[in-house]
Ligand binder design. Structure first.
Ligand code: AMP
Length: 295
C-alpha cells in the first residue's frame, strides 16, 4: 500500500490507472477504522482494479461547536488495517492541501439535505458534498462506496452524482454492528460505560420498528413505540426519530413504498445516528431501478 499526501501525486496515480484501462474503486473516510469501514474497503477491493481509500477529517462538515479537534485519530493503526484488507492507495492529505487559505467554493444539494440531520446540523451536508466532490475530482473513481449507516449522506451523494453528471456509480453498503446491535462508529469511543449500555436502546428501538413494519403498522404507532424505548433510558436525549420515504427523505405516515426509519440521539455529549432501511415488499418499483445512478 502506498500513502499519498498530495493532490498532485494522487491525480498522477489515478490518471495513470485510467490510461491503463483500470477500474478505480474509492472509499472516502475520516479514519479511525472499524469493521464498518473495512466492509466498504472489501467491497471496493471486489469492484476495482485500483482501490483508493481517503483518510481526511473534513473540517467543513463540522460546526464550530462540534468535535473536529477531538475527533479520534490513529494514523498508524489505520494504515495497518487498510493494508490488511488490500487497499492500494491511502490518500491522506493535510487540511491546507484540500483547503488553501483562499478556498471559497462550496456545493450544496438542496432538498434531501433539509430534513433529519440537516435540521440540527444545517452546514454539515454542504461540507460533506464539497469534500466528496473535491475527492471525486482528484481520485476520478468509477465506483464509490458509502455506508448506509449515514443514510442521508448516501442519498445526498447519489443525488449530487446524478445532478452533476459525474459518471460515478455510488454504492451503498449495509450497516455493520457490534455483536450486541450497536452500529459501529468512530464516535462510539467517546462513550462512557453507562452511555455505551444506554446506547443499545437505539438499535433496540429500530429492531422494534422493523417488527412493526413487517406487521403492517403505520408510522405514528411505530414512532410512539420507539420513543417509549428511548425514553426509558435516562442517558439518552433524542434529537429526532422519523419515518421517511427512502429516496426523497420526506416524512411519511402511511407506508406505501420503501422507507427509512432514522434517528439521532445524544448520549451525554456524544451524538449518535442509526437507521433502518425497510424495503417494502409492496413497493411499486424495484429498488435496483431507483438505486441506479450510473450515467
Ligand atoms: P466516516 O469515517 O465515519 O466518515 O465513515 C466513512 C464511511 O464509512 C461512510 O461511508 C460511512 O457511512 C461508512 N460507515 C461508518 N460506519 C459504518 C458502519 N457501522 N457500517 C457500514 N458503514 C459505515
Amino acid at each position: 500500500m502506498e500513502v499519498l499526501k498530495t493532490i498532485k501525486e494522487m491525480k498522477a496515480v489515478s490518471a495513470q490507472a485510467r490510461r491503463m484501462g483500470k477500474t478505480i474503486a474509492f472509499v472516502p473516510t475520516m479514519g479511525f477504522f472499524h469493521e464498518g469501514h473495512l466492509s466498504l474497503m472489501r467491497e471496493g477491493r471486489r469492484r476495482g482494479d485500483l482501490l483508493v481509500v481517503s483518510l481526511f477529517v473534513n473540517p467543513t462538515q463540522f460546526a464550530p461547536h462540534e468535535d473536529f479537534k477531538n475527533y479520534p485519530r490513529n494514523f498508524g493503526r489505520d494504515c495497518q488495517m487498510a493494508e490488511e484488507v488490500g487497499v492500494d492507495i491511502l490518500f491522506a492529505p493535510e487540511v491546507e492541501e484540500m483547503y488553501p487559505p483562499d478556498h471559497q467554493t462550496y456545493v450544496q444539494v438542496e432538498k434531501v439535505t433539509q430534513n433529519l440531520c440537516g435540521k440540527s446540523r444545517p452546514t454539515h451536508f454542504r461540507g460533506v458534498t464539497t469534500v466528496v466532490l473535491m475527492l471525486f475530482e482528484i481520485v476520478t473513481p468509477h465506483v464509490a462506496i458509502f455506508g448506509e449507516k449515514d443514510y442521508q449522506q448516501l442519498v445526498t451523494i447519489r443525488q449530487m452524482a446524478r445532478d452533476l453528471h459525474m459518471g460515478v456509480e455510488v454504492v451503498g453498503m449495509p450497516t455493520v454492528r457490534e455483536a450486541d446491535g450497536l452500529a459501529m462508529s468512530s464516535r462510539n469511543t467517546y462513550l462512557l460505560p453507562e452511555e455505551r449500555k444506554a446506547a443499545l436502546s437505539l438499535s433496540r428501538s429500530l429492531q422494534r420498528a422493523k417488527e412493526l413494519l413487517q406487521k403492517g403498522e403505520q408510522g405514528s404507532r411505530i414512532l410512539d413505540e420507539m420513543k417509549k424505548i428511548l425514553q426509558s433510558e435516562p442517558f439518552v436525549r433524542t434529537d429526532y426519530i422519523q419515518l421517511c420515504d427512502a429516496y426523497t427523505l420526506e416524512e411519511v405516515d402511511r407506508i406505501e413504498g420503501d422507507v427509512v426509519v432514522a434517528l439521532a440521539a445524544y448520549l451525554g455529549k456524544t451524538r449518535l445516528i442509526d437507521n433502518l432501511v425497510y424495503r417494502n415488499p409492496k413497493a411499486s418499483r424495484p429498488i435496483a431501478q431507483k438505486d441506479s445512478v450510473k450515467d
